[in-house]
Write a protein that binds this ligand. Sequence first.
Ligand SMILES: Cc1cc2nc3c(=O)[nH]c(=O)nc-3n(C[C@H](O)[C@H](O)[C@H](O)COP(=O)(O)OP(=O)(O)OC[C@H]3O[C@@H](n4cnc5c(N)ncnc54)[C@H](O)[C@@H]3O)c2cc1C
Length: 154
Amino acid sequence: MEDVIYDVAIIGGGPGGYTAAFRGAQYGLKVALIEKSDKLGGTCLHWGCIPTKALLFNAEILNHIQHADEYGIEGFGTHVLNWGAVQKRKNGIVQKHTKGLDFLVKKNKVTRLEGYGRLTGPRVDDVLTVEVTAADNTISEVKAKNGHSFSICS
Ligand SMILES: Cc1cc2nc3c(=O)[nH]c(=O)nc-3n(C[C@H](O)[C@H](O)[C@H](O)COP(=O)(O)OP(=O)(O)OC[C@H]3O[C@@H](n4cnc5c(N)ncnc54)[C@H](O)[C@@H]3O)c2cc1C
């Protein structure tokens, strides 16, 4: 890994990071995407936009059912919210999109590195170095001509 000099190293695999990585790779750049979690998608996919909208849709359906008679639909009677099923559906949506990102990493030939990325300092011989600390505390280095950090929520 140390012998490779990437065109760009990106810290953070949320929407900011992965879209930059895919677009960079589509333009022919050699891209490293560094994400501390074992899943790409960031706040948006795992806690924010996607799970909240999945849950909101459940709430919308429940609200419609509770007011069904206003729409001329009768006979719903008692209804029970199965929270486990609600969570299962939401988790399934998140999982599907997470797998979609894994697929796009491969399709776009982005090198994905799992670990906490830290820029070590200014360029040396026109190359930046990012230290990547994995979950088991092993440290590796990524070298790149350009770097960008994408993290606003975490
Ligand atoms: C509850 C909630 C609901 C939201 N709903 C919407 C919505 O409906 N529509 C909308 O447009 N936006 C929504 N947002 C905002 C959206 O989630 C953010 O705008 C978006 O996630 C920002 O993307 P990002 O890539 O900049 O950062 P993030 O998604 O936070 O991703 C950063 C990534 O970088 C990783 N990381 C951080 N530091 C390091 C490091 N040193 N080394 C390696 N990896 C690192 C993190 O693990 C994370 O995966 C919502 C946010 C929340 C909290």
